[in-house]
Design a protein around this ligand. Structure first.
Ligand code: SF4
Length: 476
């Protein structure tokens, strides 16, 4: 089976990658500043909406309905897109989707495409596949362009270059951007202006654009992209051919449903009351916009994710990135340590499900990249219970290990203790006694396998007296 490019080749499992990231103090400073700024702003704009909780519940219900009736809505979407002059393509996996896009670009007779920022195309490794086929893909979103020119990898869903500061971006532009002034200052305005000049000529000459989709309306076949810079608007209107690659789950049943998501998404992602640009198109319109429209509907592990009653809630995600901005683990390691297109809490639950291989060490390590504090669930606009899915996936990871693995042995032994009240009480007593063996009131070093825990943190000291003993002595 071909490797699913949702995880990056050659990236180590999360604990190792996180260790390296933690050693980079500049990275931690950049991340702390950026995530705290956006999370504070988000709290302010969300508190302005009196029915925010109702909106969250509405988002959850609409998405759950879509997931429960996905086949019906997808067929409705296909019929609507086709009736309005678009062409729908179905792709089982990344390889199929890349093949379709490459063929369409070749048929359009060009070797360069402009791209709107799209997680789906990053998930399938489209840029690399196009390059292998002799086609250059130009990212037009400013942050994506910084990542592309820096030969780097994205580290945030919404702000892929969040790990870079202004001086680093200035250096990348001076080095890699054709025509960038040698004395370009590290000022946001000057940097944006340099990128604008660079991209303008690309927009005006591109014959083909490739986009993702934030939402697709099943009833009408309309596709929607929301963005902040206007680059998306240029890509979606100027080229002759528009190819949209969209995950199967991005559907909403009707236009009416968009009123919920167009409130939830901007406040949760950029902490804005409304996103600056909302582009919607329905098939093709003679004399206006692209002459050809192709919609590639991407599965790539989504059907098997849907089959898991607990894990499927990850497919409600509208990629707002609020969960990244509040996650204490993400704040310290940054997104690249997750080794996947989807970083942070949503990446920790979505990536292992899309990869769907419990023996893939890198993907299997991701559900452990969390303190289970629950902040991600609190902010998620579609109420994905990320901690619940994390523990569910951890159980799956352990279940897939051989019987003799230390973790499985430990869990089996603990299971026996928890099943038997006498054993449980004896274990508690032994634990309470252990505190007398520990000098200084802290357990800082345990023998293996306990050392796997104490290498990076202290172990909690057992209570002097168990609750059961206290109850017997005081209330029994
Ligand atoms: S899981 Fe929720 S909070 Fe995180 S990106 Fe998706 S929708 Fe946003």
């Amino acid at each position: 089976m071909a490797r699913n490019p949702v995880t990056w080749l050659g990236v180590p499992a999360f604990p190792e990658a996180a260790h390296e990231a933690l050693a980079d103090s500049q990275l931690r400073r950049n991340l702390r500043h950026a995530t705290h700024t956006i999370r504070d702003k988000r709290t302010r704009v969300v508190s302005e909406v009196p029915d925010w909780e109702e909106l969250r519940r509405a988002g959850e219900v609409i998405k759950d309905d879509v997931l429960a009736n996905l086949d019906t809505y997808l067929e409705r979407l296909e019929a609507a897109v086709t009736a309005r002059g678009g062409v729908v393509h179905w792709a089982r996996d990344a390889a199929e989707a890349n093949e379709i896009v490459l063929r369409l670009v070749r048929e359009a007779g060009t070797d360069e495409v402009v791209k709107v920022k799209s997680m789906a195309t990053a998930e399938i490794g489209l840029n690399e596949a196009l390059e292998a086929g002799g086609v250059t893909a130009v990212e037009t979103d400013l942050a994506e362009l910084i990542v592309q020119l820096g030969h780097d990898r994205p580290s945030h869903i919404l702000v892929p270059a969040i790990h870079r500061n202004r001086a680093e971006i200035r250096d990348i532009f001076r080095r890699e951007m054709p025509g960038a002034p040698a004395d370009l200052p590290a000022e946001p305005r000057a940097l944006a202006e340099a990128a604008r000049k660079h991209l303008r000529q690309k927009f005006l000459t591109a014959k083909v654009a490739v986009s993702g989709a934030n939402f697709a309306v099943a009833d009408t076949g309309s596709i929607m992209v929301v963005e902040s810079e206007g680059n998306g608007r240029m890509c979606l209107t100027l080229p002759e051919t528009l190819i949209t690659v969209m995950g199967l789950e991005k559907l909403v049943p009707s236009w009416r449903d968009l009123e919920v998501f167009l409130q939830l998404l901007p406040r949760s992602s950029t902490a804005e009351r409304m996103n600056p640009y909302t582009s919607v198109w329905t098939g093709v319109t003679p004399g206006d916009g692209p002459r050809e429209f192709h919609l590639v509907l991407l599965d790539n592990g989504r059907t098997q994710t849907l089959a898991d009653p607990v894990g499927r809630q990850a497919l409600r995600c509208i990629r707002c990135s609020a969960c990244l901005n509040v996650c204490p683990v993400y704040e310290r390691t940054g997104g690249q340590a997750y080794g996947s297109v989807y970083p942070g809490p949503i990446g920790a639950i979505l990536t292992p499900q899309l990869v769907a291989d419990p023996h893939d060490k890198q993907a299997a390590s991701l559900p452990y990249a969390s303190s289970l504090c629950g902040a991600c669930f609190e902010v998620c606009p579609v109420r994905i219970d990320i901690p619940e899915v994390l523990t569910h996936l951890r159980a799956k990871t352990v279940a897939a290990k051989p019987k003799t693995s230390p973790e499985k042995l430990a869990m089996t032994a603990l299971g026996k203790v928890f099943h038997d009240p006498r054993k449980y009480e004896a274990a508690q007593k032994a634990g309470s006694l252990a505190r007398y063996l520990v000098p200084g009131g802290k357990i800082t070093k345990l023998p293996w396998p306990g050392s796997l825990w104490t290498d990076s943190r202290d172990a909690p000291l057992p209570a002097r007296e168990s609750f059961r003993t206290w109850w017997r002595n005081n209330r029994g």
